[in-house]
Design a binder for this molecule. Sequence first.
Ligand code: AMP
Length: 222
Amino acid sequence: MTKRLIFLGPPGAGKGTQAERLARALGLPAVSTGAVLREAVAAGSPLGQQVKAVMEAGQLVSDDMMVAVLMGWLESHQARDGFILDGFPRTLAQAEALEAHALQVDVVVELVLSDAVIVERLSGRWVHKPSGRTYHERFHPPKTPGLDDETGEPLTQRPDDQPETIRQRLQVYHQQTAPLVAHYQALAKRDAQLAYLSVDADRSIEVVQAEMLDALQALGVG
Ligand code: AMP
């Protein structure tokens, strides 16, 4: 049986954190398409140069480019039959590309969070760039404001976590990604192989994780 899991939900709902934890719990490879793109930007690769401005404006990278990025990742990790995706698909065309490549999804985990909470969460987010460690002014502050706990180096904000860009990303989410909720819910009704899980993400990381793992276990995944 294949184990193909995807995370759906707005920016800031905790998809990255939960996807990483789930990957460890299930022993599956996980990919964050946003992280792959950020690495490409940092490395100044041709892909990075093409996507930098689009990302900083809070817009989506083109479907063709994203499908190519994902397919490349799946191939290099030999992960066609078992993977966790964080940040893909983000449009109906991307969801259809998975189906067209015979990569039918087995489980959708939707993290549900209101816009007001998202803005609060994202605008307080700080990153230690070299390690990827993340902090939050209110929910997970560093020991010394503005500095990484382990190295003492300065923290920075993701360029797309600035308030103006957050609003833009939310708008893009509602217009282009939210329709995937109805798409996969309808698919799950028709197809007994597809499980759709909705989790309230307005709780601590641990509580969300525990509920998600319990529900997956009940489904026989995990
Ligand atoms: P994330 O870290 O998932 O919030 O992604 C950061 C940014 O990367 C997004 O705002 C988009 O510009 C871009 N991105 C990541 N995944 C995708 C995708 N599947 N389709 C289009 N753009 C994406």
